[in-house]
Design a protein around this ligand. Structure first.
Ligand SMILES: Cc1ncc(C[n+]2csc(CCOP(=O)(O)OP(=O)(O)O)c2C)c(N)n1
Length: 658
C-alpha cells in the first residue's frame, strides 16, 4: 500500500492514526463483550475505519454527517462521549434513545450526526434536505452521507442522487463498497463495474477512492469538501474496501472465499498505516503502546460508567408523551372581513399566509412551481416567494419525503404536495418509518406537512381516487387532518404548518371546487382534535368527515324528519372521541360513515371505542358504513355503486328502526 503524506504535518498524520485506532479498539472490546453475552448484537466496521474516520476528519464540526451501521469512526471522530455510546448500545438512559432504539439508530444535533433507520436508503434523501437548507441559507457547508454498496440497489439511492444532481446540492455521497450486502456479493447486487460509474447517469462527478488508505481518503475528501463548499454540487465517492467480519457477528463469513479475506487482510488500513508511520519515524513503538494504553483506559472507564448505570425505567405516560413533540396550540383569531371561496382556494390561502409567516418554510412537489400544481393550489406562489422556496421536484416521492425530513433537521419547515394521495405509496416508507418515529426514537421533530389531494366521486379510477387516511391513522407519530369545509381547511392548514410534528393533510378533490364558504381573509388558526357538531337531533349520532359530511348534509336537507347529531371530525389524529361519546349519550344510536372501504378503517376503531365507552347508552349496535371492499372503479355507475352515498339513507332507517 502506497502512502503519500500530501504535505500533512506529523501531528496530523498521528491524528489520523488515532482516529482509526479508537473505533478499532472499541470494536475489539465489543467483540469480547458479545462473546460474554454482555451486548446483544454487533455490526463490525473492522477494516473500514479509514473511511469513517477519514471523512469525519475532513468535515467542520457544524457540518452534518449521516453514518450507517459500520461507521463507529464517525461517532468517535466527532468525540461523542464513549459512555453515552455504550449506554446507547445497552439500551440505557444515558444513550441517545432512552432505550427505544438500538445500535447506531439515532442522531444527535449536539454532534451534527444524523443516524440511520434500518431501511438504509432514506438516509440519502435526508442528506439532500439538510444540504438544501444549507444551500438556501448560503451557508457554504457540505453534508456527507454514507451507504453500503448493497443499499445502492434501493430506489432511494437513485432518487436521492437524482434530486441532488438536479438541485446542485452540496452532498458527498460516500458509498462503502465492502464486497457484500449481508451474504450477497456485488456480482448479484449490480451489473456495472464500479458504483462510481453510476455518477455519469446522474450528471454527477464521481471518484473511486482506496478506502483502506487513510491518506488517500483524507486528502481526496478534504480537497473535495473545500471545493464543494465553494461551488455547491453533489459528488459520488466509491470507497473500495472489504467487510472483514460477518454482516453482524452471529451470521459469520462462511460464504466469503478465504482468498478474498486473506487478500484484504493484507490491506488492513491500520496495520499498513502504522508500518508507514514507523518507517517515516513519526510513530515509535513506545508512543504506539502509550496511545493504546490511553484508549484502553478511556474505553474501560466509560464502559464501567455504562455498566454501572441502572437499566432503563419508564412509564406508559412517558412513553406516550414522547411520540409527538409537545406543541402548545397558538390561537390566532380571524379578522372580520371574509370572502366567499372554495375549498381549494382556502387551502391555497392557508398555505400562502403560512409562507408569509414562516420565512423558513419550503414547499416541495411535482409541478408546483410555475404550473401551480395540478390542482392549482400553489398558483402564483413562485412569483410571490421565488423558486428556492417553491420547488418543483423530480418524480421521486420517497426521497422528497426524506428531503423534507432533512430540511426539518436543518432548521426549516417543509410542506410537500403529493400530486395525488394515491402516490403516497411511493413515499410510504420514510413517512411511516422515519417521520412518524423520529421524535419517539431520538427526540427530533419532523416539521413536515404532506398535502394529500384525495378521494373518489371524480371518475378517476383506482389510482387517482383513494382516500388512504387509514394507512396513517394506524401509525403512532403522525397527525392526520381531514377538513370538509373551506373555513376549516384554511385554519387547520395554518396549524399544520405551525405544529412541529408530521401532519398528513387530506384535501378532498371532489370538494375542492364544489364547496364554498365565507372565509376570513386574514390569517387564523384552528385547533387539532376538536370535532364540529354540525346538526343537532335526538335520534341518532352520525360521525363522519370529508365527503361524508356533505353526503349527510344533502341527505338531512332532503329528509327533514331525520333527527340527527351530525359530527364532522375534522382531524382524525388527534381524534375527538369525547364529542362523539357526549352525543351518543344523548341519542343512544351511532353510525360511523367513511368514504374508504370499511375493513380496517377508522370507522371500525371509532365503533369499537363507542362500544367500550358508551355500551350502557347504546340502544342499537354501532353501524359502520363505507365503500365496497374493492379498488375504486372508474366508470361512473360502478363508482356510484362502490361509494356508500347511495346506501346511507337505508342504513339510517334500519338503525332508527332497530
Ligand atoms: C429495506 C431493507 N431491506 C433489507 C434490509 C436488511 N439488511 C440490513 S443491512 C443489509 C445489507 C446492507 O448491505 P450494504 O448496503 O452493502 O451495507 P453493509 O452492511 O455491507 O455495510 C441488509 C440486506 C434492511 N435493513 N432494510
Amino acid at each position: 500500500m502506497q502512502f503519500k503524506h500530501h504535505g500533512l504535518s506529523s501531528e496530523m498524520l498521528l491524528e489520523l492514526y488515532k482516529a482509526m485506532l479508537k473505533p478499532r479498539m472499541i470494536e475489539e472490546k465489543m467483540l469480547i463483550l458479545l462473546r460474554q453475552g454482555k451486548i446483544s448484537k454487533w455490526f463490525s466496521g473492522i477494516g473500514q475505519e479509514a473511511i469513517s474516520a477519514g471523512v469525519a476528519m475532513c468535515l467542520d464540526p457544524e457540518e452534518y454527517i449521516l453514518p450507517m451501521h459500520r461507521n463507529l469512526g464517525v461517532f468517535t471522530t466527532r468525540n461523542v462521549p464513549l459512555n453515552r455510546l455504550f449506554s446507547q448500545w445497552q439500551g440505557k438512559k444515558n444513550g441517545f434513545t432512552k432505550g427505544r432504539d438500538r445500535s447506531f439508530h439515532f442522531g444527535t444535533q449536539d454532534y451534527k450526526i444524523i443516524g440511520m433507520i434500518s431501511h438504509l436508503g432514506p438516509q440519502l434523501g435526508v442528506a439532500d434536505g439538510i444540504a438544501l437548507a444549507d444551500l438556501l441559507r448560503n451557508d457554504k457547508r457540505v453534508t456527507a452521507v454514507f451507504t453500503g454498496e448493497g443499499a445502492t440497489s434501493e430506489g432511494d439511492f437513485h432518487e436521492a442522487l437524482n434530486i441532488a444532481a438536479v438541485w446542485n446540492l452540496p452532498v458527498l455521497f460516500c458509498v462503502e463498497n465492502n464486497g457484500y450486502g449481508l451474504s450477497t456479493p456485488i456480482s448479484e447486487q449490480f451489473r456495472c463495474k464500479h458504483i462510481a460509474d453510476k455518477g455519469k447517469g446522474y450528471g454527477m462527478e464521481s471518484y473511486i477512492i482506496d478506502g483502506n488508505n487513510i491518506l488517500e481518503v483524507y486528502s481526496r475528501v478534504s480537497a473535495l469538501s473545500r471545493s464543494v463548499r465553494q461551488r455547491p454540487r453533489p459528488v459520488l465517492l466509491e470507497f473500495k474496501t472489504f467487510r472483514m467480519r460477518g454482516h453482524e457477528e452471529a451470521s459469520g463469513t462462511k460464504y466469503v472465499p478465504q482468498q478474498l479475506l486473506d487478500e484484504w487482510a493484507a490491506k488492513d488500513p491500520i496495520e499498513n498505516y502504522v508500518a508507514y508511520l514507523k518507517e517515516e519515524g513519526i510513530l515509535s513503538e513506545e508512543a504506539e503502546v502509550e496511545i493504546k494504553k490511553e484508549f484502553i483506559h478511556e474505553i474501560d472507564e466509560n464502559l464501567q460508567l455504562a455498566f454501572e448505570e441502572e437499566g432503563i425505567k419508564s412509564s406508559e405516560t412517558d412513553e406516550l408523551n414522547d411520540v409527538y413533540k409537545e406543541y402548545v396550540y397558538q390561537q390566532v383569531k380571524p379578522l372580520e372581513k371574509t370572502s366567499n371561496i372554495r375549498l381549494v382556494d382556502a387551502v391555497s390561502a392557508g398555505l400562502r399566509q403560512s409562507m408569509e409567516k414562516h420565512s423558513n418554510l419550503v414547499i416541495l412537489g411535482q409541478d408546483i412551481a410555475e404550473y401551480g400544481g395540478v390542482f392549482k393550489v400553489t398558483e402564483g406562489f413562485v412569483e410571490a416567494f421565488g423558486r428556492d422556496r417553491v420547488r418543483n421536484t423530480p418524480i421521486c416521492e420517497s426521497a422528497v419525503v426524506s428531503a423534507a425530513m432533512g430540511l426539518s433537521i436543518n432548521g426549516m419547515k417543509a410542506v410537500m404536495e403529493m400530486q395525488f394521495a394515491d402516490f403516497v405509496s411511493s413515499g410510504f416508507n420514510p413517512i411511516v418509518n422515519y417521520l412518524a418515529k423520529v421524535h419517539y426514537r431520538w427526540n427530533e421533530p419532523a416539521d413536515v406537512v404532506i398535502r394529500m389531494p384525495c378521494g373518489a366521486g371524480v371518475g378517476a379510477g383506482p389510482f387517482h381516487s383513494q382516500t388512504n387516511e387509514a394507512w396513517f391513522t394506524k401509525t403512532p407519530g403522525l397527525k392526520v387532518v381531514y377538513p370538509a369545509f373551506p373555513y376549516d381547511a384554511k385554519g387547520l392548514m395554518a396549524t399544520a404548518v405551525n405544529d412541529p410534528n408530521p401532519v398528513l393533510f387530506f384535501e378532498h378533490k371532489a370538494l375542492y371546487r364544489s364547496v364554498y364558504q365565507d372565509v376570513p381573509d386574514s390569517y387564523y388558526t384552528l385547533p387539532f382534535g376538536e370535532a364540529n357538531l354540525l346538526r343537532e337531533g335526538k335520534d341518532l349520532t352520525v360521525v363522519t368527515y370529508g365527503a361524508g359530511v356533505h353526503w349527510m348534509i344533502e341527505l338531512l336537507d332532503a329528509h327533514e324528519d331525520l333527527q340527527v347529531d351530525l359530527i364532522d371530525l375534522r382531524t382524525l389524529q388527534p381524534l375527538d372521541l369525547q364529542s362523539v361519546f357526549t352525543s351518543i349519550r344523548k341519542t343512544g344510536k351511532c353510525m360511523v360513515l367513511q368514504e374508504d372501504t370499511l375493513f380496517g378503517g377508522i370507522a371500525s376503531d371509532i365503533a369499537a371505542s363507542v362500544m367500550e365507552e358508551c355500551f350502557e347508552y347504546l340502544d342499537a349496535p354501532v353501524k359502520r358504513v363505507g365503500s365496497l371492499e374493492t379498488p375504486v372503479p372508474f366508470a361512473r355507475s360502478l363508482e356510484e355503486m362502490y361509494l356508500p352515498k347511495g346506501r346511507i339513507l337505508r342504513e339510517i332507517r334500519q338503525l332508527l328502526a332497530y
